[in-house]
Design a protein. Sequence first.
Lengths: 243, 250
Amino acid sequence: MFHSLGRYILLLRLSFRKPEKFSVYWAEVMREMVSIGIGSLGIISIISVFIGAATTIQVAFQLSSPLVPLSIAGSIARDSTILEFSPTISALVLAGRVGSSIASEIGTMRVTEQIDALEIMGVNAPGYLISPKIISSMTMFPLLVIVSITLGITGGYIACLVSGDVTPADYLMGVRDGFDGLTVRVALVKAIVFGFIIASICAYQGFYTSGGALEVGQSSTKGVVYSCVMVLFADLVITRIML
Amino acid sequence: MIEIKDIHKTFGENQVLKGISASFQPGKNNLIIGGSGSGKTTLLKCIVGLHEPTKGDVIFDGQNFTKMNFEERVPIRTHIGMLFQNSALFDSMTVEENIIFPLNLFTQMSKSEKLDRANFCLKRVNLEGKNKLFPAELSGGMKKRVGIARAISMQPKYLFVDEPNSGLDPKTSILIDDLINELTEEYQITTVIVTHDMNSVMGIGEHILFLHNGEKWWEGSNKEIAHTDNKELNDFVFASKFMRAAKAKL
């Protein structure tokens, strides 16, 4: 475990060495941003709407007491979406989509000697392959989380319209009531940290792949599993520190 | 010129290379041959710096490569071209982008100069007009030729080739050998080829290093190989009936 941790830290240090040519790295960052950001928009939109809708209906179901105003459902759904569902569930989904893609892409490059080809040319392979992915993930995850929050709350509104458990007016009143900007800051910090964790762990697993197609698959699986565990651990730590 | 001095390489308990020394001259095809597991590819990887030798030195034109750190190696690396066994072309890039890639990183050439260079390299390997194809759209022989085009794009002083004929039909193998031979002579490149293809050995083996169990077992040229009494080398080179018959006629 300590050996792996040491190798991971050394790889990160190599990844953030001075680039050979900034313009080439910048182009790579832009390409990754499109791949990670635009490429993940569809899945994030779908899960956010459904999770927002389901959360609202469940909160409304639990608030059966006539003493509690139904607008509370909006407040609870909003805070749950901002603090937990959007950053964490999105990160877990992105670990599957983005993380596995990073691990398998780099792993395939390793077993087909493409990384050796980069090194022979004098290119800092970790820098060229890993740093653009980490930078792009840390940039695009917060944007995806903002989209997810917006769509999650919209999903809750749609659920109110369709189910009638809470009136849309009560829901909107609850969403607006007692809003604290800190929750959004927590969500964005989580998104940045999760982006780093997923990209770096999956890149590490891919970079040290050896063997063939089977090992590329195993690296991809390990990358997703380890990054999911670390995302949940980081979620707890950030929540404890910031709230 | 490349000199290797007393190269040892150990993986755990397994000693793969046991003190190999040799020198490789410019403008010559230097072949490293030997049976599977004899240490050919490991030696090549030690020379180019993909593996660090456990002991010994690799010297490129008087500069001790093994003693250098990553940054110090970069100027030498920009003079190295390498053709990998499976070509190792970047899947996400077109043929043209593959060739231009090192030029983008290490030269100040304008876009049109880089395109001209890519077209020149493609013409040199008889692949004109294939600029926009992706590696997945190429045959094995074409991939090798694109690999050569990428390797020569930076006008290398040293060319390393790992199993250039693996997976190719005999005719294409000869084409690739001839191309490497022409480039070596034309640009006076120090070329080091790892192979176990006997056609290559007899055809372009100006300087041959035979490895056996991680040791340098024999050194000479393709003209000398037919007359050697080295048992292991004879067993390796003349293993097939065809080669034995060819030797008998010599």
